[in-house]
Design a protein around this ligand. Structure first.
Ligand SMILES: [Zn+2]
Length: 120
């Protein structure tokens, strides 16, 4: 899969499928005011995906975004914005991609647990 569009901007999108398998990625525009450092999924894409899910369509299991020139690990901003809902966070860094799961800690804070990523 090719996720790059502008290598100085973070790219982002949704992951659809199940807990076991991501079947589909849906690229979304990054509408953050500072797209070189942050990402914000285009709400039009988000709303359409939620609407399709409610109508029995593919399940939204998480999203992906890139860290241009950075590591494929959650940043301080990612941690601050994450919700401990068990969703997948696929982070594409320079040279690799890693899957993280936003899991709840006992105090309700978010903890990123690394998942296994097998690209088929
Ligand atoms: Zn990030």
């Amino acid at each position: 899969m090719t996720l790059a569009q502008n290598d100085r901007h973070e790219v982002c999108g949704l992951l659809l499928g199940s807990r076991e398998e991501v079947d589909e990625i849906v690229p979304a525009s990054n509408v953050a005011s500072d797209p070189a450092r942050h990402f914000e999924l285009d709400p039009i894409v988000l709303i359409a995906a939620h609407r399709a899910q409610r109508a029995g369509g593919p399940r939204i299991v998480g999203h992906y975004h890139s860290h241009p020139g950075g590591l494929a690990v959650p940043s301080a901003t990612d941690r601050a914005n994450a919700v401990p809902d068990g969703s997948f966070w696929l982070i594409v860094g320079s040279g690799d991609a890693r899957l993280w799961i936003a899991s709840p800690m006992h105090d309700g804070q978010v903890q990123f647990a690394e998942g296994t990523l097998e690209v088929a």
